[in-house]
Design a protein around this ligand. Structure first.
Ligand SMILES: NC(=O)C1=CN([C@@H]2O[C@H](COP(=O)(O)OP(=O)(O)OC[C@H]3O[C@@H](n4cnc5c(N)ncnc54)[C@H](OP(=O)(O)O)[C@@H]3O)[C@@H](O)[C@H]2O)C=CC1
Ligand SMILES: O=C(O)C1=N[C@H](C(=O)O)C[C@H](O)C1
Length: 248
């Protein structure tokens, strides 16, 4: 049994993760930690691995504590840019044996959507990303959309694709969305939504739309459990659940 603590245990995803860990046969939930609770509970409970679904403003402090105390971490919280990842790598260099998984999206379908989009990208002249989420989300665009744009841009660069065509020379600020590595990303926020994304690819006389929908936050829990079961065997920093799914 791996002893697991959940940070953000009272949150929308944290609650689902606690339930999934409790229902599993090989993981034991030893601590539920939320805002205002001391991180000492992680050590006192003997947690071997932590799951973090908190907030971009606090996740780095949580991770520093975990790494310093030799606790593995499986992280869904968003807000990881290159400087943050470099900081994490620095901490992990001083803690051999500790593993941290940062996954922009733990849903299997979302991981496949990102993979399929990157595969398709070199075949199309145009690509744009539309992500749609609940209005309580702090960050825009979503971590998933940023990651998708990076993967698509890398695939296009490797294939020698040029910039996407766009004749826009005048318009309202924001009308063309945000640009991530040259890929336009649009963020929609609406009550009733959970987490959704479309990747729109366009070529001569055709479009291809790759869409993923998380209708329930339970969609994230199988991926989190996969991460928990694999993390002790993957010391250092891993970015993306796909690294643990055996995708080629
Ligand atoms: N990678 C993935 O697959 C997914 C990632 N996410 C990401 O996970 C994060 C959380 O999402 P969601 O569950 O919807 O958010 P919620 O706001 O519902 O939950 C976050 C919880 O963390 C608590 N919290 C805040 N600060 C701390 C702290 N220092 N220590 C412990 N707990 C704390 C919050 O308390 P309080 O409300 O009192 O501040 C809240 O209970 C977001 O960054 C989101 O984008 C979400 C879904 C999937
Ligand atoms: O805040 C959310 O809800 C989600 N956050 C992650 C993201 O920013 O990509 C994953 C998923 O989209 C749900």
């Amino acid at each position: 049994m791996t002893r697991v603590a959940v940070l953000g245990a009272l949150g929308k995803v944290g609650r689902e993760v606690c339930r999934a860990v409790e229902e599993s046969d090989d993981l034991e939930l030893v601590a539920r930690v939320d805002a205002g609770d001391s991180l000492d509970a992680l050590v006192e409970s003997g947690a071997q691995a932590v799951v973090d679904f908190t907030h971009p403003d606090v996740v780095m402090d949580n991770l520093r504590f975990c790494v310093e105390h030799g606790i593995h971490a499986v992280v869904g919280t968003t807000g990881f840019d290159d400087p943050r990842l470099d900081t994490l790598r620095g901490w992990l260099a001083d803690a051999p044996g500790v593993g941290v998984l940062i996954a922009p999206n733990f849903s299997i379908g979302a991981v496949l959507m990102m993979r399929f989009a990157a595969q398709a990208a070199p075949f199309y002249e145009s690509v744009e990303i539309v992500e749609l989420h609940h209005p309580d989300k702090a960050d825009a665009p979503s971590g998933t959309a940023r990651r998708t744009a990076q993967l698509v841009a890398a695939a296009r660069a490797e294939a020698g694709s040029g910039p996407v065509p766009d004749a826009t020379s005048t318009g309202l600020e924001g009308a063309r969305g945000a640009e991530v590595d040259g890929v336009h990303v649009h963020a929609v926020r609406s009550r009733g939504l959970v987490a959704h994304q479309e990747v729109l690819l366009g070529g001569l006389g055709e479009t291809l739309t790759i869409r993923h929908d998380s209708m329930d936050r339970a969609s994230f829990t199988p991926g989190v459990l996969t991460g928990l079961r694999a993390i002790a065997d993957h010391p250092g920093l891993t970015v993306g659940l796909e690294e643990f799914l055996g995708l080629d």
